[in-house]
Write a protein of this length. Structure first.
Length: 382
């Protein structure tokens, strides 16, 4: 909890974690309206999965250019550009009147979400380096907390808001105002690597492959819960409309709780052991969701959230301490591949759901997290 105290001690540390929360507040709001948007445009699971693919495509097209954008604009200015752009572009899917417009708008969301994800991870890394503090795990905790607030509070407000676009517009406006006010705490921050030529070589990829695979698999599972948990509870466990958004809320709640304690747990047990236990615990949680009972499935989502809670922060910490690889290079590589998994996971599950059914898709998620645990077993103690 020391890192949590640090975050609330100065706006310099609170501002970056609020950026993480902003990203997932809007994702959480998107998640609860997916069934409504799907029904409005009369989409099946495969069509929804293909539309979400354009979000992944937007991120894939953006990530290679993020370092150059940060170098040209400066880290702080790039962060502000990314967060304002994301808050505006998230309106697109809600306003789309056709399937083509939905795909185009999700592409734009992917562009700015990818930029924002890499930029804020770089911002936290830079502040940690300059101030010799540690709050990466807590930052990801606020990401989870943001999803819980976006989906949980959003679910409560849904019956009182006639139009989904009014809901997301109100949330976006509030977040833009808050982030503009807080931006003075990072706007002039620059990366110490911005003026340096990168020394990243292909040979340095080898020790990162296993970590990238773990990141891809666990974040694919996380992304799948964002886009498919509500539909899974509605169609497989036959949950009511009021309960269908609760799975994602509970998942984010336990994930946030785990991440708030992540820095202390990492100090005691080490990154490798945490990644092993976390991955297998998530696999057990997905096993519980396969029971066609709403209560048991909700418990499963809670277990998955606890299992995955500090796997991703530990991936960043582990990759930042590899010999022969600069911390920022390792972290950027893991952030990029992991975020691609976050977006491609739902796409893959959409096609599985179309080919088989939603339950079959969640069996695939169980396999994803189990494989991540097996790969973590092969890592060297760091």
């Amino acid at each position: 909890m020391q890192s949590l105290g640090l975050v609330f001690s100065r706006l310099r540390y609170f501002t970056p974690v609020f950026l993480f929360a902003t990203l997932n507040i809007l994702y959480g709001t998107w998640a609860i309206y997916i069934p409504q948007i799907t029904a409005k445009l009369q989409l099946n699971e495969g069509e929804l999965g293909f539309a979400v693919f354009f979000m992944a495509l937007g991120t894939l097209c953006t990530i290679p250019f993020v370092p150059k954008l940060i170098k040209n604009l400066g880290l702080g200015k790039a962060v502000l550009f990314a967060v304002i752009g994301f808050c505006l572009f998230i309106l697109g899917p809600f306003l789309a009147k056709s399937y083509v417009l939905l795909c185009a708008s999700l592409y734009g969301v992917g562009v700015f979400s990818g930029l924002l994800d890499v930029a804020i991870n770089t911002l936290v890394t830079e502040v940690e380096r300059k101030d010799k503090v540690h709050f990466m795990s807590v930052s990801h905790g606020f990401f989870s907390l943001g999803g819980m607030l976006g989906a949980g509070l959003g679910s409560l407000l849904m019956p009182y808001i006639a139009f989904a676009e009014c809901h997301v517009a109100g949330v976006s406006l509030i977040l833009i105002v808050i982030n503009l006010i807080l931006s003075k705490n990072y706007y002039r921050i620059t990366s110490t690597q911005e003026a340096e030529e990168s020394s990243f070589k292909l040979k340095n990829l080898k020790p990162l492959i296993g970590l990238a695979l773990i990141g891809f698999l666990v974040m694919a599972a996380e992304g799948a819960i964002v886009d498919w948990s509500a539909l899974y509870l509605e169609q497989v466990t036959l949950a009511t409309a009021a309960l269908s958004g609760l799975g994602y809320t509970i998942f984010n709640g336990t994930m946030a709780l785990g991440r708030f304690f992540g820095d202390a747990v990492s100090t005691r047990f080490g990154s490798r052991l945490i990644m092993i236990i976390g991955s297998f615990l998530a696999a057990a949680g997905f096993g519980l969701t396969l029971v066609a009972d709403t209560t048991t499935a909700l418990i499963g989502f809670a277990v998955v959230g606890m299992g995955l809670s500090i796997v991703v922060p530990e991936l960043f910490r582990y990759s930042g301490n590899l010999k022969g690889i600069r911390a920022e290079e390792g972290i950027s590589f893991i952030a990029g591949t992991g975020f691609v998994g976050l977006l491609l996971g739902p796409v893959f599950l959409g096609f599985l759901a179309q080919t088989f059914d939603l339950k079959g898709s969640f069996i695939a998620l169980l396999c994803f997290t189990a494989i991540a645990g097996i790969v973590a077993l092969s890592l060297r103690r760091n």
